[in-house]
Ligand binder design. Structure first.
Ligand code: AMP
Length: 290
């Protein structure tokens, strides 16, 4: 399989439009590069469903706040292209910054309400940047299906709601989190961890995994689940606190609304964001309770 690299948005649009007109199903996998097996699992899922797979590589500055790791974000383009070629993607779309945000760029998406808690609270303009770049990518790559990772769970809810609210003609698939053998969620940012930090980082996935059976144990009387979980979450927080350098949040909420668990909740998500050293790590776990 050959991999074609396209940098021009116009050529990208024409290529996908033609493929779709010819009756081909096109899938798009948006990424910021520094690809790992998690990203490649999205390419696999796209290949299983689509005739052609476009992977996009663009480190989107508008989703980083001042002082975050935009400048340090890894950009191993040659490696990424090799991975995509081996992974069987058809096209790598790698637009230049000036093509996406030319001088004077000023139009942004105001993200849906689901963007407000968790990441939205801790990174105020993050989802405005995410929604804007995802909408722009969907315009440039008019694929029928887009593949996102559950790793960024809130992001998947934001994208799905934007697609619904803007009547975008694209289906969103959410793929499972790929993990290292010890459980750490794969992330482009894991390369920033020293050996000592890497050893501590695994606590995040461990603590989430330990909360899951506690939730299931308490769901027999699920109407009071929220209150009964308080103690479980306090203990979990204490266990995580001694391993990471800062907990941004650790919570269990309704998986659809990201609000407190209610009597109508059928699935919960355990969400966590924590710093290990200067590296901010995310993880989550979905648990069906009814
Ligand atoms: P990023 O390059 O970090 O913006 O991620 C691009 C896409 O890959 C997003 O949809 C992520 O949720 C997804 N992704 C990142 N890490 C993983 C992982 N460990 N397993 C599955 N998907 C992932």
């Amino acid at each position: 399989m050959t991999l074609k690299t396209i940098t021009s948005p116009e050529r990208m649009y024409q290529w996908v439009s033609r493929a779709v007109l010819e009756g081909r199903k096109v899938g798009v996998v948006p990424t910021m590069g520094a690809l790992h097996e998690g990203h490649l699992s999205l390419v696999d899922a796209a290949k299983a469903e689509c005739d052609l797979v476009v992977a996009t590589i663009f480190v989107n500055p508008t989703q980083f706040a001042a002082g975050e790791d935009l400048d340090q974000y890894p950009r191993p383009l040659e490696n990424d292209l090799r991975h995509l070629k081996e992974g069987g993607a058809s096209i790598a779309f790698c637009p230049a910054m000036e093509e996406i945000y030319p001088r004077g760029y000023s139009t942004y998406v105001s993200p849906p309400e689901i963007a407000a808690p968790f990441e939205g609270l801790h990174r105020p303009d993050h989802f405005r940047g995410v929604a804007t770049i995802v909408l722009k990518l969907f315009q440039m790559v008019p694929a029928q299906v887009a593949f996102f990772g559950q790793k960024d769970y809130q992001q998947t809810l934001v994208v799905k709601k934007m697609v619904e609210d803007f009547n975008l003609p694209i289906e969103i698939r959410v793929c499972p989190i790929l993990r290292e053998p010890d459980g750490l969620a794969m992330s482009s940012r894991n390369v920033f961890l020293s050996d000592e930090q890497r050893g501590r980082a695994v606590a995040i996935s461990k603590v989430l995994a330990e909360i899951e059976p506690e939730i299931l144990r308490l769901t027999d009387h699920s109407s009071a689940l929220k209150n009964r979980l308080t103690g479980v979450m306090e203990t979990a927080r204490k266990r995580l606190e001694v391993k990471v350098d800062k907990i941004h949040y650790l919570d269990v909420v309704d998986a659809q609304t990201l609000q407190s668990i209610s009597d109508t909740t059928t699935e919960v998500v355990i969400v966590a964001a924590a710093d290990v050293g200067d590296t901010r790590l995310l993880d989550n776990r979905l648990v069906k309770i009814r």
